[in-house]
Design a protein around this ligand. Structure first.
Ligand code: PCD
Length: 794
């Protein structure tokens, strides 16, 4: 049940900055006036424009490239090919997953849309026109499109650039105890099994990816404006790979129009912009168009999974096992912590108290764009949650048990936390049953079931879908988690100016989540300075401490911790200075929000602003205390955080067209302490729309030649306000015991938890046809096929 009080209208943000009321977003005045500054708004003097030539085919040998005509174009300054990059040792670059990827193709093209040549011209139109003047000769090769065929003997070898690579195999990885799991399965009353595909989808942020490289040949400094979720990691990688000294690189992430995991990696266009700027001595802007974004930049998912669940007849879930075939495209470029080639997929044990669990994952190359990014997903948690939540429904069907009831019977109980699951995760805190009960109450689950029975009797198709998820977000403890060797910690710096206003500098980067508001709220809570008096600085490596950036809902769990601790350091320092000012001992002081006062004499005290002025003024400072009110922290979280939620949705299916209408959707989330309830709610609304989109509409498909069929918004359908219902939300608060303010991440929860709720509802609606599973997206065509008793196409 909500432990937060309802907003008190008389209470202002400065009285109680965290968790109360609806602190307005500080960034919104500029966004709603159209005054945001996005990458494409930046125009530098003398700036040139780049355009990328891409492969029209999925697999071919590169015979020749003739750039003569393009170079002759009056507005073209440079045409860069793979050969040119070879000379700079930049034709290939390391990926985030210990593979290499082509920046510009030299030997072969390996997916439709792969980068082949880069034109730099006076304007964007000329650059694009000149692409047509480049003559490339390709010699077609047979493509590998279906991951299930990738390991067939005789399948064309995609990565013949890699020494010793004789097939399309990338990795095998497993978690859990196989023998123990098999033993539990062998003695179980009931075993159900289901194959399912989590199809390839795309983050499709509103703003596509882009960069402006501005290399100053005089001082050798490279300023790089990028649509990036991880400015510091990018800077370090450029230094490591391109050999530019790190202190001569400044990465600036301006306002970002949505990241969703799409803006974590470094794309060939960015590297080419840098090379273009070095070659021409002028700034070079490169911004991809929508089709380039959908066809070539990081996709997500593409997991073919076989799930099995073992249980007793009376509905006790004993074990889960699964094998996954992971399609990583032509280069293994997924972004995830080094030790986890399948990300955090091993959280597939879900929210249930199991006796055993095991998974194995095989990664393969195909002739498709690389990626496998954590699109609104903490590294494959989305796939994991879908697997287990679909399997529980398959089991419920087999046992003829209500799916909500089956879940309630198997939850990890509150007294079992911290709970060590069978694949090694330690869930920090949870209280699952109240969340599911609340969702059932909010949506009137019993009432819906009655309505469904009446409708079924009339031949109408209505379905109810339940899902319950636990995520693992906030990567991560540095000793277990790194990306290309960089430990996953984050820094924060708090400075209180002499007049008591403050600035907080973050290593993470907002893409719309509202960090400028929420991180100010954290400092406000700790120091008693009103949020409006705290400036949040982020997205500029010259101005912020080092850290790994924003993805996997890690900003709150990691940087949020860093900020709280830095503010507490300031508070402690303020105590020493206040003691000097009040001529008393620090231990005789007591803290109340924004002020240290003498125990027993509340009238004798100093506010943070007075202390700040004292620190920067003439107060005689105690031994070892220097004259400022600043602090810096690099926070290495002791564990991840484990937010959870209960989602229930009701759908109607049109029996004539197969169209699914999501009529109601109730989401009860628990992300521990909520910093800004309004922002949290917004995050959930956004994620739910994502989830409905994936469940019903979004799909990056390919034909047999490897042509991408999802390369525009005419084909890749994303939901609008027309396709989603009015969300009904509730929440519980189970703080994280190890996080400084008890907060867990929330940014991706709804995207993770909602697809199984929708699919479970669609399958439930189609139960009269004997349907027990349907792969996403549940498009009208697929639903209609299923109603005819035909299997849904892969
Ligand atoms: N919060 C609060 N409370 C709590 C939690 C949280 O308040 N407890 C809030 C914060 O502060 C922020 C938000 O909320 O503001 C979020 O958070 P988080 O969870 O921490 O997260 P981050 O890190 O910040 O972020 C990230 C995420 C992700 S990851 C994604 S996808 C998505 C989300 O976020 N993206 C986006 N959301 C969003 N939104 C927007 N608007 N945009 C975008 O782009 Mo990945 O991995 O990248 O795939």
């Amino acid at each position: 049940m909500p432990q937060e009080r309802e907003p008190n209208p008389a209470m202002t943000a400065s009285d109680r900055p965290i968790g109360f009321g609806r602190v307005q977003r500080k960034e919104d005045p500029r966004f709603i006036r159209g005054k945001g500054r996005y990458l494409d708004d930046i125009v530098l003097p003398g700036m040139l424009h780049g355009a990328m030539l891409r492969s029209p085919v999925a697999h071919a040998r590169l015979v020749s490239i003739d750039t003569t005509e393009a170079l002759a174009h009056p507005k073209v300054l440079a045409v860069i090919t793979g050969k040119d990059l070879e000379g700079l040792n930049l034709a290939w670059a390391p990926t985030l997953s210990a593979d290499v990827m082509a920046i510009l193709a030299t030997d072969k093209v390996r997916f439709q849309g792969q980068e082949v040549a880069f034109v730099v011209a006076e304007d964007r139109y000329s650059a694009r026109d000149a692409l047509e003047l480049i003559d490339v000769e390709y010699e077609d090769l047979p493509p590998v499109v279906d991951a299930r065929r990738a390991l067939d003997p005789g399948a064309p070898v995609i990565r013949d650039d890699k020494e010793g690579q004789t097939d399309n195999h990338i990795f095998d990885w497993e978690a859990g105890d196989k023998a123990e799991t098999d033993a539990v399965f062998a003695r179980a009353d009931v075993v159900v099994r289901q194959e399912m595909v989590y199809p390839r989808v795309h983050p499709a942020p509103m703003e596509t990816c882009g960069a402006i490289a501005d290399y100053d040949p005089v001082d050798g400094k490279l300023t790089l404006y990028e649509t990036t979720q991880a400015p510091h990691a990018h800077r370090t990688l450029y230094a490591m790979v391109a050999g530019i000294p790190e202190h001569k690189i400044r990465v600036i992430a301006p306002d970002i129009g949505g990241g969703f995991g799409n803006k974590v990696g470094i794309y060939p266009g960015y590297v080419c912009a840098v090379v273009g700027s070095i070659l021409t001595g002028r700034p070079v802007k490169w911004v991809e168009d929508r089709s380039e974004n959908l066809m070539s930049t990081a996709f997500a998912r593409d997991y073919t999974m076989t799930g099995e669940i073992a249980a007793t007849r009376d509905g006790r879930i004993l074990a889960v096992r699964t094998h996954v075939l992971a399609d990583h495209g032509a280069f293994n470029a997924t972004a995830q912590p080094t030790k986890y080639p399948a990300g955090f997929f091993s959280i597939f044990t879900g929210s249930y108290d199991l006796q055993a669990a095991h998974c194995s994952v095989t990664g393969v190359y195909t002739n498709k764009a690389p990626g496998g990014v954590a699109y609104a997903c903490s590294f494959r948690v989305t796939e994991a949650v879908y697997l287990v939540e679909r399997m529980v429904d398959v089991l419920a069907k087999e046992l003829e048990m209500d799916p909500a009831e089956l879940r309630l019977r198997n939850f990890i109980r509150p007294e079992q936390f911290p709970y060590k699951n069978k694949t090694g995760w330690e869930y920090d805190s949870g209280d699952y049953e109240p969340a599911l009960r609340m969702a059932m109450e909010l949506i009137d689950y019993e009432g819906l079931r009655r309505e469904q029975a009446e409708k079924r009797a009339r031949g109408e198709l209505m379905g109810i879908g339940v899902s319950f998820f636990t995520e693992t977000v906030g990567a991560g403890p540095r000793k277990h988690m790194d990306i290309v060797g960089l430990g996953m910690a984050d820094g924060a710096e708090v400075r209180v100016h002499p007049t008591g206003k403050a600035v907080v500098r973050l290593s993470v980067q907002t893409q719309g989540q509202g960090h400028e508001t929420t991180f100010a709220q954290i400092v406000a809570e700790e120091l008693g300075i009103p949020p409006e008096d705290i400036e949040v600085v982020h997205g500029d490596t010259d101005q912020t401490p080092f850290g790994l950036g924003t993805y996997g809902s890690r900003s709150t769990p990691v940087s949020g911790g860093a900020v709280a601790l830095a503010a507490r350091k300031v508070q402690e320092k303020a105590r020493l200075i206040a003691a000097a000012m009040l001529e008393t001992r620090p231990e005789d002081l007591e803290w109340e929000k924004g002020r240290w006062y003498v125990k027993g004499d509340p009238s004798a005290g100093k506010t943070i602003a007075e202390i700040a002025l004292g620190a920067h003024g003439t107060v005689a400072l105690p031994e070892g205390v220097d004259g400022n009110l600043d602090a810096e922290v690099t926070y290495d979280p002791p564990n991840l955080t484990f937010p959870f939620g209960a989602y229930i949705c009701a759908v109607d299916v049109d029996p004539g067209t197969g169209k699914v209408h999501v009529r109601r959707f109730t989401a009860v989330d628990d992300c521990g302490t909520r910093i800004n309830p309004m922002i949290v709610e917004g995050q959930i609304h956004g994620g739910l729309a994502d989830g409905v989109g994936m469940a019903l509409m979004e799909f990056i498909g390919f034909d047999e030649q490897g042509n991408c069929l999802g390369g525009s918004f005419m084909d890749y359908l994303i939901p609008t306000a027309m396709e989603v219902p009015d969300w009904e939300t509730g929440y519980t608060v189970t703080p994280s015991p190890h996080h400084p303010i008890g907060a867990k991440g929330i940014g991706e929860s709804a995207t993770v938890g909602s697809p199984p709720a929708v699919v479970n509802a669609v399958v439930d609606a189609l139960a009269p046809f004997g349907v027990t599973h349907m792969d996403m997206p549940c498009t009208p065509a697929r639903v209609w096929e299923a109603m005819q008793g035909r299997p849904t196409p892969p």
